[in-house]
Design a protein around this ligand. Structure first.
Ligand SMILES: [Zn+2]
Length: 309
């Protein structure tokens, strides 16, 4: 039941009035308005809580969430973060039933961050209890920069895995880079393209294979072009995601950003060798340890060195 007058629509004649076109995800001056609301449960030790708030501070400073996020209908500010220890059940069963694990979860109309911290990680001093903060935060960074074009999955998750290991190395002095991301399961070598859509646990334990692909891409950028290790990391961790803004074909953006088509890159991945696992705690074939260890980021590189600027 509407009446319209086709002769009076002055706004449409002025494209400069469209706010969407003004959003540039690579402009750090337009990245200060998105906020998180922190629901940190008392089941978490106070030193974890202190590390959590310090991590969020550092991450927001170095990798700010682009204001382009406000054009994404399912992303609202402030984003709720729910953090608790797995020693207790979900402390917010009425507000958010069924929460478990770690994710940026959503129901189509809203999104929130879930950080269920595995209680074992306190007993064994597992750095994953901090790394997971950086991992999930980085997904929000990717969503905002890309306009929620989260593809391919291996670059989404491999980027987040690489980011979280750089984070723990920077702030805690050690990371899974120290043991060459072992195990990088070899069954991904056969057809890396399957990881574009779905990263399964068997083919990619803890996203190690996806991170291996990311590090192999960085190595390739360094050997092909005139880019430093820091620049290559920035291309993969930040530039690719902002280049996706307003686009729909991630393959084209991948080729433009890296000067390499995805399928050509997969051909390079397939050239890596596999070997039987040298460790008794993991059985099965893995990507050759010597080759994988050669891809680990240089020790001196910190998160600050690879932040967008
Ligand atoms: Zn993830």
């Amino acid at each position: 039941m509407s009446t319209s007058n086709p002769e009076s629509s002055p706004e449409e004649d002025n494209p400069e009035s469209s706010p969407k076109e003004e959003c540039d995800p690579s402009n750090l001056a337009q990245a200060s308005n998105f906020e998180f609301e922190h629901n940190v449960h008392e089941s978490l030790p106070s030193d974890w809580q202190a590390e959590y708030f310090s991590a969020i501070d550092n991450l927001e400073n170095l990798f700010p969430i682009s204001d382009c996020v406000f054009a994404i209908p399912s992303m609202q500010s402030p984003m709720q973060v729910y953090a608790w220890s797995s020693a207790v059940g979900n402390p917010w069963p009425d507000e958010r039933p069924g929460m478990r694990g770690a994710c940026i979860c959503g129901d189509g109309s809203g999104s929130w961050m879930v950080l269920e911290i595995n209680a074992d990680e306190f007993r064994y001093d597992g750095l994953h209890r901090y790394a997971v903060i950086a991992h999930e935060y980085y997904h929000v960074f990717q969503i905002a920069r890309s306009g929620d074009l989260m593809k391919p999955v291996w670059l989404v998750e491999g980027g987040a895995k690489t980011f979280e290991e750089l984070f723990t190395r920077t702030y805690y002095g050690r990371s899974e880079f120290d043991n060459g991301l072992f195990p990088v399961t070899a069954n991904g070598l056969e057809n890396p393209a399957v990881f574009e859509d779905y990263v399964n646990v068997e083919g990619d334990q803890n996203y190690n294979f996806s991170s291996f692909m990311v590090l192999a891409l960085i190595q390739e950028l360094m050997s092909q072009g005139n880019v430093s290790e820091e620049q290559a990391l920035k291309l993969v961790l930040s530039d690719y995601w902002s280049n996706l803004q307003g686009r729909s074909d991630w393959r084209m953006v991948f080729s433009e950003t890296f000067g390499l088509a995805p399928d050509d890159f997969y051909g390079l991945i397939q050239k890596y060798q596999s070997e039987a696992s040298p460790e008794t705690y993991y059985s099965g074939d893995v990507v050759a340890g010597e080759q994988v260890r050669g891809l680990m980021p240089s020790r001196h590189i910190t998160l600050e060195d690879v932040a967008p600027n």
